[in-house]
Design a protein around this ligand. Structure first.
Ligand SMILES: *Cc1c(COP(=O)(O)O)cnc(C)c1O
Length: 232
């Protein structure tokens, strides 16, 4: 089995070649390593290979991992943690206090709680609105037509920084089809980025479709399996 460092090297190479093929600027796509279900040792291994941003789906698991990782690294150089799973209201306080990013906002009520619970000593929490591009096939995210309204409400919240849009489409193995599914989201993203000052993040692309996502304008890919191997 290839090492995490080797997997990361290959994924970064693929990202760079997809960027070049699309005629986009070098370095315009950030890599988020999705470490859910993987241990602190694996996060550390990726960290030592230069990976800085990590994505987690489950709050309790993430908090334990964060403190284990923090115990192994100098406090001046800690990973950037992104919450990418469904946000339950009884978890907003822990999320607001421990993450720098939340990609999965689909309700204004949750956004309000995160804003009011974001500790004063920390910068505003970076957030993305999650859009459902696959209708019945997915329960997470709100309809594309509703995303603009939620963004407007979030932009008024003092302790959140509205950064962009996120989506998890239904799995599909055809490159062209993967691109088509992302296209309307990319169009909305372009419209809204002209409206909000820090709206710079289109969080699309996972292990099976990140090349298509990059071709459609992704600025952050969230990759688990291709870096850490299959989840158990
Ligand atoms: C698990 C997960 C990923 C990573 O998926 P892979 O197919 O393993 O790359 C990305 N985004 C979200 C929201 C996830 O839950």
């Amino acid at each position: 089995m290839a090492s995490i460092a080797e997997n990361l090297r290959q994924v970064r190479e693929q990202i760079d070649s997809s960027i070049a093929q699309s005629g986009r600027a070098a370095g315009c796509v950030k890599l988020l390593a999705v470490s859910k279900t993987k241990g602190a040792e694996q996060v550390l291994e990726a960290w030592q290979a230069g990976q800085q941003d990590f994505g987690e789906n489950y709050v309790q698991e993430a908090l334990e991992k964060m403190s284990a990782v923090a115990a192994m690294l100098p406090s001046a150089s800690l990973p950037v943690w992104h919450f990418i799973g469904p946000v339950q209201s009884n978890k907003t306080r822990d999320i607001a206090a421990n993450f720098q990013w939340v990609h999965s906002i689909e309700r204004v009520r949750i956004a309000q709680r995160l804003s009011s619970q974001r500790p004063d000593g920390l910068p505003p929490l970076n957030v993305c609105v999650q859009v459902n591009l696959s209708g019945e096939d997915s329960k997470s995210g709100l309809a594309l037509e509703q995303a603009e309204g939620l963004c407007a409400q979030i932009s008024e919240l003092p302790r959140l920084e509205l950064r962009g849009l996120m989506a998890i489409p239904a799995p599909c193995s055809d490159h062209e089809q993967q691109r088509l599914v992302y296209r309307p989201l990319a169009q909305l993203f372009n419209q809204l980025s002209a409206r909000y000052p820090h709206f710079d993040t289109l969080s699309i692309g996972m292990s099976e479709d990140y090349r298509a996502a990059i071709a459609e304008g992704s600025s952050m890919v969230r990759i688990g399996t291709a870096i850490f191997g299959k989840r158990g």
